[in-house]
Design a protein around this ligand. Sequence first.
Ligand code: UDP
Length: 239
Amino acid sequence: SSEKIVPKRVLLKISGEALLGEGSYGIDPKVANAIVSDIANVVKSGVEVCLVIGGGNIFRGMTAASKGIDRVHGDYAGMLATVINAIVLHNVLEQHHIESCIMSAIDIPQIAENYVRNKAISHIKQGRVVIFAAGTGNPYFTTDTAAALRAIEMGCDIMLKGTQVDGVYDSDPKNNPDAKRYDTITYSEALIKELNIMDATAFSLAQDNKLPMIVFNVHKEGNFENVLLGNGVCTRVVA
Ligand code: UDP
């Protein structure tokens, strides 16, 4: 049917880049505030929200490796970068009176709870936003993979990837003014067309577990709620 069903439990993945704002490094508190404001509205509407935050605004293992840093060391630095972002988001959520907690895949007990699946589920059921930090806890992975993994573990109805563009295009909209955005695409179509939605590990995890995904622009005010309600501009990726 064409009836729109609002998901009950969702996971929002925000790239580190999304927090940059005008800067080229770190976190722009104004941007963090704008994104959290949208998250707060979705939480207040009764949707259970999980968050995975990237670290690319601070450190990326692969980029460092191309400049001579050992990949594994670089990846650990990248994972800690996601913890820095999580600390800031946690505080901004607090300022918006949204209860939240950080669960880290790398144990840093002074700063975050250790990630334990059952405890995370229990936090969500108590109405808290759980911020999953430190990615998967393993080098050679990405926070996109962490997002797909946690979304599946938490039993989320859908994963949302908040990006700087309005969805998935047939070519890069920054270079090609005629680039076409897909409204809906299947994982297998995306694979055949080599659309580079996520890295291969994240992609296969989502596809194999039939986790639907929405790719949308996280910088448009109210967009998170709109795409959940089926109104916003985005691309739906389905199994
Ligand atoms: N990372 C990792 N394992 C993970 C998740 C992340 O080693 O499970 C490291 C990796 O070096 C990565 C960095 O953390 O480059 C930041 O994450 P990501 O690049 O996914 O952030 P985003 O691009 O979303 O900002």
